[in-house]
Design a protein. Structure first.
Length: 550
């Protein structure tokens, strides 16, 4: 058999299915607990969750005492529920982060169901494994973010579209529920994607059917409560807050952006997708090329290409561009890659397999070597650089995390050695390598990573110098996440721009020399996150005026 032969497809036995489920679970569960909220996104997201837990008010997302109506509250509500449910065993922020695992778990399940529906029984597991292996999922899937709710919602939408040819009521229910979850997690982007994809699909004869039309009607029916209840309740609470959400933070922001947008923002996702969607993207590209003559004649590829193009264009037109926003694009790319697996040539599959094993093997060796240097304190170049980067960090050996890391490393070696020859071997080994890398980072390296990403120590230091009796604390140049962590770790609420009325002022950066010379404020405290010299914070106290000044 030559290098261009195809692998023979073998069915997934129940034992193999359990092993793949275990691989997905280990990848998903690792890193959800054991560290403080990390900047930049986690800190402000958790700040809103913390408000819901403390006050019970879920209607108006609130951050450090101020309304924060950037997105609807579904993810925040879910995370608050998880935080309360697991409060006897986990810190509040760790419990809240389990909501991320919940939504990513839904994404894996419905991506697998979509793969099974579109390409056959054994392709469901393949789709989930390909998604796990995407590099863009590695960190983003384990952080508190409303984008994970949108990811789960869109995975449900794709499955609903795929199912529409067979089961109208069930597909309408799932499609409408996915639309609702996406809207209540991220806002108007979910309805935009739904309307755009649904309209484009009507241009293909395979989708101009009565079943598809009825599916869309049912989807709108099932989505109606999701799309209307919270906006109506917000409108009833406050017309000002409702307009702030609809106009100031959404429609108005987009209209302002269209007047000032530059070309670089439109190509952001084109530039980052090659690594973000690796290795699914090159496999998906092969699928498109291999079926190029009939690509637009197949119902499943019509759905996936329409979804990918709509998302790429829609996200490129948004006012803000971030890596995590691209997560939904991984779903159609993953499913296109799943379609290509049965036709993937032996040479390409073996090349990806060897590249993954060698790459993750080298990375694992480097992670073990670097960790050993930190613990033992040897004088290698990498050890000196790691110690210099965070000079205040004091490494400590932990038997529990060490045991997990060494066990997973041994299991990975056995796993890649014993994995049978099949069309799925390359993507399974890649997902296993990604999981190994993530486990080592979240066991051996988690204390080092958490050292300079957490605000806990900084806030603790600040609270020790606060006067026993003081009035309000004004703030200047603090971002939303910093205010959230002040509230969570120190029960400190600040008033932006309130220095004319407050006797304390907390700010990022030093006061101007003119303010210092006037003698109005004196410095009580200076600090920042450990290992960070750029983010310096200052606490000032108003000086009492002398008789001469009066």
């Amino acid at each position: 058999m030559n290098a261009f032969s195809y692998f023979k497809e073998t069915p997934i036995t129940p034992a193999k299915a359990w092993l793949l489920a275990l691989l997905c679970f280990v990848w998903l569960a690792t890193g959800l607990t054991g560290h403080d909220p990390w900047k930049p996104d986690e800190v402000y997201t958790f700040g809103i969750i913390y408000h819901i837990v403390q006050s019970g008010d879920w209607l108006v997302p609130t951050l450090a005492g101020e309304p924060f109506l950037d997105k609807p509250p579904l993810f925040y509500i879910t995370a608050a529920y998880f935080a309360k449910l697991f409060s006897p065993w986990l810190p509040m922020h760790d419990g809240a982060r389990l909501a991320s695992g919940f939504y990513v778990g839904l994404s894996l399940i419905f991506t697998g169901l979509a793969g099974r529906e579109l390409f056959g029984k054994d392709q469901g597991w393949a789709a989930a494994i390909v998604l796990v292996g995407c590099l863009g999922m590695l960190i983003n899937a384990h952080l508190m973010s409303t984008d994970l709710g949108l990811l789960a919602g869109f995975a449900m939408m794709l499955y609903g579209y795929a199912l529409s040819a067979r089961k109208i009521w069930l597909s309408g229910l799932i499609l409408g529920t996915g639309l609702g979850i996406g809207f209540m997690s991220k806002g108007f982007i979910a309805p935009v994607l739904f309307l755009s994809i649904s309209t484009i699909l009507f241009s293909f004869s395979a989708w101009r059917t009565r079943q598809y039309f009825y599916t869309l009607l049912l989807a709108l029916l099932f989505a109606a409560p999701w799309l209307s209840v919270w906006p109506y309740l917000l409108y009833q609470r406050s017309l000002i807050l409702f307009m702030e959400w609809v106009w100031q933070n959404n429609i108005g922001t987009w209209l302002d952006y269209t007047k000032e947008a530059d070309a670089s923002s439109f190509i952001y996702y084109f530039k980052m997708l090659p690594w973000f969607a690796w290795p699914a993207l090159p496999i998906a590209a092969w699928a498109v090329w291999d079926a190029r003559k009939k690509i637009l004649q197949q119902r499943e590829t019509q759905l996936l290409l329409a979804s990918l193009i709509v998302m790429l264009v829609s996200l490129s037109l948004l006012p803000y561009s971030e890596e995590i926003f691209a997560l939904p694009m991984l779903l159609p790319i993953t499913l296109l890659a799943t379609m290509a697996l049965p036709r993937l040539r032996r040479g390409a599959a073996n090349a990806l397999d060897r590249f993954g094993i060698i790459t993750f093997g080298i990375l694992a060796i480097l992670l073990w070597w670097g960790w050993e240097g930190l613990i033992v304190g040897n004088n290698t170049r990498i050890s000196r650089w790691l110690r210099a980067y965070q000079a205040e960090y004091l490494p400590a050996f932990n038997w529990f995390t060490f045991s997990i890391a060494i066990a997973v490393t041994i299991v990975w070696i056995v796993f890649v050695w014993r994995t049978g020859r099949s069309i799925r071997r390359s993507v399974i080994n890649w997902a296993a390598g990604v999981t190994l890398l993530w486990v080592l980072l979240m066991t051996l390296w988690l204390p080092w990573l958490d050292f300079n990403k957490s605000y806990r120590t900084m806030v603790s230091s600040l609270t020790t110098v606060l006067p026993e009796k003081h009035g309000c604390i004004a703030s200047r140049y603090l971002d939303d996440g910093q205010k959230a962590m002040l509230n969570y770790f120190g029960n400190i609420l600040t008033i932006p721009g309130g220095e004319f009325n407050c006797d304390l002022l907390l700010m990022q950066g030093n006061l101007s020399r003119s303010d210092q010379k006037k003698g109005e404020w004196k410095t009580l405290w200076t600090g920042g996150r450990r290992g960070q010299t750029r983010d310096s914070f200052y606490l000032y106290q108003r000086q009492a005026k002398t008789a001469a000044e009066l």
